[in-house]
Design a protein around this ligand. Structure first.
Ligand code: GDG
Length: 460
């Protein structure tokens, strides 16, 4: 690649060796090509900083900046996580529109743009991640930055009628058009973005697939994110997950793994499991649900309700169905190590992934990667996870329909081996083909192609 790779994400992996697929993949790209990774430090400072601090990176530079308490509250907890997150997850009703948060969000993006603009070079390829930085390219362009700037939106692109609930919706098309390449997870997201340009501002797609808005030419394309399949499969085979749980020989296991977020459909999932238990007939296997749900964004009010809902439903189901030697729902409200997680996925007969809305959902892919090919488990997947666009051999369910999910559990737990193998083989193929390496390679190749496009295209 010519020019440096410059990555921007809310946090940089400054606390030791990177872990988790995305962070490792970005680390590997930077390690290979050299470059810079910008992001917040995770530290709160009394005064806004006017420059970056250096963190030792492995073969590349890591440049971090601190936030003030007011910035953390308004930019991170406020506009990013209490407005944009619910908006993009079809929960405009949960948006907390507080005076000043939008201004703080813009101010943080402006400050970062100002600090970056001093350091960026015209031939840099800048790759910005996530909804924390939607206005960052627009801020950089205002400062005269001409480098190629890409964006990856990890979460769903909002539908137009949801976007209209955002008081600042009119700036959205301009923010997006300031990037050169906008990566979305699915074709469904691309369709939503194109619909926004068509219906809100009347911008149409050109014949080469790119868009033209306010004199800028840019592309919106889907790049479904994946995982490091080989590494995960290897990890999953190292330990016996069933032994970790002390499961009885004939006990079946259903697993759910999610940050405790209202978008993940956890309440309906637990209810569906309860309904499955109620409808269980003599001879049906005894199954337990292991739900791992580490806390997340607890300072945001909307997250406090889901926590008490989980406690209420799991308490109710366990109260009704537990036996002296059996607790049907094991609900763990904390994070567990990645190697343990991999072994637990492998031990589970069913992966139960039922978000109301999700950009992709990597848990679905991790579950498939962790299965043994000889005796694989069954994936139950919400139609609203981005992953459902690729993983069509899963049992696809509507996460709002508790009865349908309970029936899917029954089907999954009694599925014959031949069908389980057939479905798993098809799913594994897709997950392996579109792995994390393919995602970074295809995104960076598209950005490099745009970087080398003759400049006349810009002036059309
Ligand atoms: C966003 C988008 C998109 C979870 N609990 C533990 C743990 N995890 C790991 C999982 C998985 C990751 O966290 C969660 O990834 P998801 O993709 O499921 O969801 P988000 O966090 O919402 O991610 C999403 C993703 O970005 C990537 O673009 O797919 O749609 O919302 O890797 O395994 N890991 C460990 N312990 C836990 O307790 N070690």
């Amino acid at each position: 690649m010519t020019g440096r790779l410059v990555v921007v994400s809310n946090r940089v992996p400054s606390d030791g060796p990177p872990s988790g697929g995305l962070v490792v993949a970005l680390h590997d790209c930077l390690h290979e090509n050299g470059g810079v990774w910008y992001g917040t430090s995770g530290q709160i400072n009394d005064a806004p900083s006017d420059g970056f601090s250096d963190v030792a990176g492995d073969g590349y530079d890591m440049r971090t900046f601190d936030l003030t308490q007011a910035e953390h509250d308004g930019y991170y907890l406020g506009y990013a996580n209490s407005v944009l997150w619910p908006l993009c997850h079809r929960r405009a009703d949960l948006m907390a529109l507080s005076t000043g948060d939008f201004e703080t969000y813009i101010a943080v993006n402006r400050r970062l743009a100002k600090m970056m603009a001093r350091e960026l070079r015209p031939d840099d390829q800048v790759w910005i991640h996530d909804y924390h930085f939607l206005p960052l390219a627009a801020c950089l362009r205002e400062l005269g930055v001409t480098a190629t700037i890409g964006f990856f939106h990890h979460i769903p692109f909002p539908a137009v009628h949801d976007l209209l609930a955002l008081p600042q919706h009119h700036i959205f098309p301009q923010w997006i058009a300031s990037f050169d390449l906008v990566g979305l997870q699915t074709q469904r997201d691309v369709a939503a973005a194109l619909e926004m340009y068509r219906s809100l501002v009347g911008a149409e797609q050109l014949r080469d697939g790119s868009l033209q808005y306010r004199g800028r030419n840019f592309e919106i394309r889907s790049f479904p994110i994946g995982i490091d399949v080989d590494a995960f499969a290897k990890e999953a085979g190292r330990r016996d997950g069933r032994a970790l749980l002390n499961l009885a020989t004939d006990e079946r296991l259903v697993i759910g793994v999610d940050r405790l977020d209202y978008s993940k459909g956890l309440d309906n999932r637990l209810s569906a499991f309860g309904q499955y238990l109620e409808a269980r007939e003599d001879g049906d296997p005894r199954a337990s649900l292991l739900q791992i749900a580490p806390p997340t964004r607890e300072a945001v009010t909307a997250y406090q309700n889901i926590r008490s809902e989980m406690e209420r439903i799991s308490g109710k189901v366990n109260g009704l169905h537990s036996d002296l030697d059996w607790t049907p729902i094991r609900y763990i409200h904390r994070g567990i190590p990645r190697d343990t997680l991999a072994a637990l996925y492998r031990a589970a007969d069913v992966g139960f992934v039922t978000p109301f809305a999700d950009g992709m959902n990597l848990v679905a892919k991790e579950y498939v990667a962790a299965q043994s090919h000889e005796d694989p488990g069954v994936l139950i997947l919400s139609q609203f996870a981005g992953a459902a666009e690729q993983m069509t051999s899963a049992l696809i369910v509507n996460p709002y329909d508790i009865g349908e999910m309970a029936a899917a559990l029954r089907t999954a737990l009694s599925m014959p081996l031949a069908e389980r193998r057939e479905r798993h083989e098809a799913l594994f193929k897709v997950v392996q083909r579109d792995d994390i390496g393919h995602w970074t390679d295809s995104y960076l190749a598209a950005m490099a192609r745009i970087a080398h496009k003759p400049l006349v295209a810009e002036a059309v």
